[in-house]
Design a protein around this ligand. Sequence first.
Ligand SMILES: Nc1ncnc2c1ncn2[C@@H]1O[C@H](COP(=O)(O)OP(=O)(O)OP(=O)(O)O)[C@@H](O)[C@H]1O
Ligand SMILES: [Mg+2]
Length: 459
Amino acid sequence: MNRIRLLPEQVANQIAAGEVVERPASVVKELVENALDAQVSRITVEIQAGGRSLVRVTDDGVGMNRDDALLCLERHATSKIQKAEDLAAITTMGFRGEALPSIASVSRFTLTTRERNGDTPEGTQVVVHGGKILEVKSAGHAPGTDVEVRQLFYNLPARRKFLRSEETERAHVQHYLTLAALAFPEVGFTFLQDQRPVWQLPPLRSDGPLASKQAALQERLRALLGAEAKLLPVDYFTEIGELDEPGDISRPSSPDTRPSTLRIWGFLGAPGVSRATREDQHLFVNRRPVENRALNFALLEGYHTALMKGRYPVCCLFLELDPAEVDVNIHPSKREVKFRREKAVRRHAAEAVRRTLLNFHTAPGKAQIEVESSKLKVERAVATGIPPIQPGNSIEPSATDHRNSSVRGARFAFACSARFQRRRAAAQGASASGRRGWPALRRARIRPRPSADGPARGA
Ligand SMILES: Nc1ncnc2c1ncn2[C@@H]1O[C@H](COP(=O)(O)OP(=O)(O)OP(=O)(O)O)[C@@H](O)[C@H]1O
Ligand SMILES: [Mg+2]
């Protein structure tokens, strides 16, 4: 007797959904990625009870006609790739045609959509519960798409039980949205939680030269992560070619050995700015937020001794390279990527970090422009070499003080040290209590500055 049976499609879908849909944040990620692939200018994300009872994503993108609205719920139905070769150069966030059927198979799902350039003024609404299509009807709708996902895992109690508290789930959603909003400043994002607005980020101009992209990113960083005084702009451009991978030279005709460009840009924490975890390390490859061990190592290599052991950088870095150089199809939720020339990418990423830090020490004007343009209270730091302490930032003595040959670098590193800050605070306390002049300063063991720096001392 045959023991092997084909699983009913609905059961197969639910099993596959386990790969795509882990928690409400995965639903938000998939729906927002779909919207980003649909040339949107605004996305609204609404969640209730941390996304357990409702996730709704509304966009003003290209939308779908009735046929597509039905087809998109079929497994492996996608408009983003057509043949196997397309997998080698993916330029969209999605490409597997799995997300919507997976989500629809484990929730009460409603898709309402209308084509932006369609012939009819009418939209389509499809209602699906646990993977079963219940209703398909015409519906009035603005051009674009609205997907409503209620009661996630209502039909899989075992999965629902594993969801964490509302607060934890909400934090995961917010974390993903932060990454999406950083990667796509030209898209306006609205985030509503339990009907209260959490953010309302207007679309920003970020096309054209790198300066405008940097400015837009900086604006988003400020809006989402708050003031960060000591971020240095990164701009690094190189060619990765056969010489980067000596092993490949023996195969000069292989497409892998053709040179290709790599741009690394964004912002990086100055020496002394670090975290105990990687939570403020945001890395993007062709705008996709990623985790990649090679890049993690590259960052630590680039900082070298400017970062204490056990501390991690603060950064928001974008790597832009030919999609053929990156495999995004190695992880079920596309969180990880693999570089074709991993060694070269790692080496150049480390070099980008190293050069940025070196630039900071040797070209004060550049750092100054950055700091001033962020309208943060650092003018005084640049003028006096004494950076302000930011809440939450670790101010650590940088090892560059004895490694870097730049005197300015050494001074800055010393100014960052907690010892110096303590002494300075002691001196300020002394002068506030009326004990001015040399004795108070000597007690704090600080050499007085020339009179031009006078106001900074008492400030
Ligand atoms: N918001 C949207 N606007 C317009 N079209 C959409 C939208 N969401 C989905 N679609 C269409 O539905 C198709 C299926 O979406 P789905 O997310 O299931 O797969 P995918 O995005 O192609 O690949 P992946 O499973 O990797 O996300 C998409 O290829 C796209 O054509
Ligand atoms: Mg998708």
